[in-house]
Design a protein around this ligand. Structure first.
Ligand SMILES: [Zn+2]
Ligand SMILES: [Zn+2]
Length: 375
């Protein structure tokens, strides 16, 4: 194909289709013909607000970063993929020379070029240029949609396996049953967790979590009038532990808490329900500043960690678990759109459900001239 239609964000609530030049690649890069792209909360956030924290959309930017495609061209130095190969695309190109890159924590690289994070263009185009080593050949039993889902899956792998260091037979609780929370649950289950508890304030999400990867679910009570957030969280933690027969020591205790909600009361509750010496991982982004019960954190000697995107090995690990049949990504894909329907896809994602009332977990936009049925 000789053109490169792209879905471009120009400013708040202002998106257009534009023709962009087809990128030239260097010796260590690959040109991918993008086939499937999942919509992420961050894409929608940029559309609505034009910024996330200090990342501000100042110039037109192509959206999208959860993508898979077919290799179109490879640079001279690339040997692990060839034109025609189906690949998952890891969207963060790091500098490789800073301290964090060299230490093997490249997600912390201060020079990262991340797709659809201003000022860098994303993947909702016909063609995307990417460092060759960030393309992962899809095993035959993975679809192109699975390849796009490898991105949020890598977030779950990073949080649960890499930062949370979950081991088999441990017990996990995940706050927030959106796409990332569900994938954290799926990873926990795949790694042999003996208990995976899902917490969410939307009952239909809990129902789905139970059918997907959770062994137990918990619906928090409503706050009482006049109750502070910390008072609420203490009551919530107590109720949760009673209802689910959880103790703070011994074989009934929670080894790993993952917060994929970003909600202040979930974070507080998570600290309160974790076992003595347990781990807590923050992957959900919410209010930038909150109160936490820090004495509890200290007394329990919790390992309290942040988890950002994904690092070395996370993509391969996730793809391998899917290829082995230990994680099924298909139930998470609820909506499919053609490239021309990209605006509608964003609207649906923002509304949280389609016109027929079906809730969105993950919506996928196909590449230009790719059918939604062509996986
Ligand atoms: Zn994302
Ligand atoms: Zn770096």
């Amino acid at each position: 194909m000789s053109n490169n239609p792209s879905f471009v964000l120009r400013g708040v609530e202002d998106v257009v289709f534009e023709e962009r030049p087809i990128p030239e690649i260097s010796d260590d890069e690959v040109l991918v013909e993008v086939k499937k792209t999942g919509i992420c909360g961050s894409d929608v956030h940029y559309l609505q607000h034009g910024r996330i924290g200090d990342f501000i959309v100042k110039a037109p930017m192509v959206l999208g970063h959860e993508s898979s495609g077919v290799v179109s061209k490879v640079g001279k130095k690339i040997h692990h993929v060839k034109p025609g190969d189906r690949v998952a695309m890891e969207p963060g190109a790091t500098c490789r020379v800073c301290e964090d890159c060299k230490k093997g924590r490249y997600e912390l690289c201060p020079n990262i070029v991340f797709a659809a994070t201003p000022p860098y263009d994303g993947t909702l185009a016909r063609y995307y240029r990417i460092p060759g080593d960030l393309t992962y050949k899809l095993p035959d039993n993975l679809s192109l949609e699975d390849g796009a889902m490898a991105e949020p899956l890598a977030v779950g792998i990073h949080s649960v396996a890499n930062i949370g260091k979950l081991r088999a037979n441990q017990k996990v609780i995940v706050f927030g049953a959106g796409p990332v929370g569900l994938l954290c649950m799926a990873v926990a289950k795949a790694l042999g967790a003996s208990r995976v508890i899902a917490v969410d304030i939307i009952p239909s999400r809990l129902e789905f979590a139970k059918s997907y990867a959770a062994t137990d679910v918990y619906l928090p009570p409503k706050p009482l009038e006049g109750e502070t957030k910390l008072q609420y969280s203490a009551r919530n933690a107590k109720t949760l532990m009673e209802q689910l027969d959880i103790e703070d020591r011994g074989h009934k205790a929670i080894d790993l808490v993952v917060d994929a909600s970003g909600a202040e009361v979930s974070i507080q509750t998570g600290i309160l329900v974790a076992r003595q010496g347990g781990s807590y991982v923050q992957v959900g982004m919410g209010a930038p500043e909150i109160q936490i019960p820090v004495t509890t954190l200290l007394v329990k000697e919790l390992n309290f960690s942040g988890s950002l995107r994904y690092g070395p090995g996370d993509y391969e690990f996730g793809i391998a678990l899917v290829a082995q049949g230990k994680i099924d990504l298909k139930p998470l894909i609820t909506h499919r759109f053609t490239f021309e329907q990209a605006k509608e896809a964003f609207e649906t994602n923002r509304a949280g459900k389609s016109e027929d009332g079906k809730p969105v977990i993950k919506a996928i936009i196909s590449g230009p001239d790719v059918s939604i049925d062509d996986n």
